[in-house]
Design a protein around this ligand. Structure first.
Ligand code: CA
Length: 243
């Protein structure tokens, strides 16, 4: 099951951006705009990680954090606080109220995603494995090795990231624009046809002879990791670390 992340943020644009990026990484996301509402909802359901804004209507992030730490069911909930720039003393207070980490706005989205991943790996290593498996393909995020049916594949860095991105959400169709955002990053200008070129290279590296193509081209929409490939293909590859 995908890790569940709750975002408590009253700036709508930021909340939408966070949801988009977190969902692209395969997380299940809940967004809440008010501190008091978050307080109530977190009594009903506890996520795997909380992204908490400092300044919120209803109840401040600091106070909410304090309350969460006071309740046994959220005492150890991983919390990343989002604070405004330059509030040095407040940042320290953020940590002393029990947040595990903080990021300063405006932050870089890839950096925040990396912190989220790192924190989940620390607290829930079984949920955010370094290894992704789809059918007979194994991808290891830490060693950057990819194997198909036990045979190591040689992928360029972009093809690796592209495959990793697709394997995080089997079945989900990504447009070329979404792939550019997710794999190349938002700040880089790359022509959408570049995506086709790299998908072509990835296919060439992954498929040999009559091996089944794990990547599905959806006309007019984009690309997906074929979810029937994930379900049906035999798991030949050895999964040593999970044994
Ligand atoms: Ca705010």
């Amino acid at each position: 099951m995908a890790p569940r992340i709750t975002v408590v943020e009253d700036e709508e644009a930021l909340s939408i951006l966070l949801r988009y990026n977190l969902e692209s990484e395969g997380y299940v996301v809940d967004t809440i705009a008010r501190g008091d509402e978050a307080d109530l909802r977190l009594k009903e359901q506890v996520p795997d990680l909380l992204l908490l804004d400092w300044m919120l209507p209803g109840l401040s992030g600091v106070e909410l954090c304090r309350r969460l730490r006071g309740r046994p069911e959220t005492e150890r909930l991983p919390i990343i606080m989002l604070t405004a720039r330059g509030e040095e003393s407040e940042r320290v207070r953020g940590l002393s109220t029990g947040a595990d980490d903080y990021v300063v706005k405006p932050f870089s989205t890839p950096e925040l995603m990396a912190r989220v991943r790192a924190m989940l790996r620390r607290v829930k290593p079984e949920r955010i494995s370094s290894q992704l498996v789809a059918g007979d393909i194994d991808l290891d995020r830490e060693t950057h090795r990819v194997r198909r049916a036990g045979r190591e594949l040689k992928l360029g860095p972009t093809e690796f990231k592209l495959l990793e991105f697709l394997m995080q959400s089997p079945g989900r169709v990504f447009s070329r624009e979404q792939l550019l955002d997710g794999v190349w990053g938002r700040d880089i200008y790359v022509d959408e046809r570049t995506v086709d070129v790299h998908v072509g290279r990835l296919r060439k590296a992954v498929n040999r002879g009559r091996q089944r193509d794990p990547i599905r081209t959806v006309r007019g929409a984009g690309y997906a990791l074929d979810e029937t490939f994930t379900a049906a293909a035999p798991r030949v590859a050895a999964r040593s670390e999970t044994a």
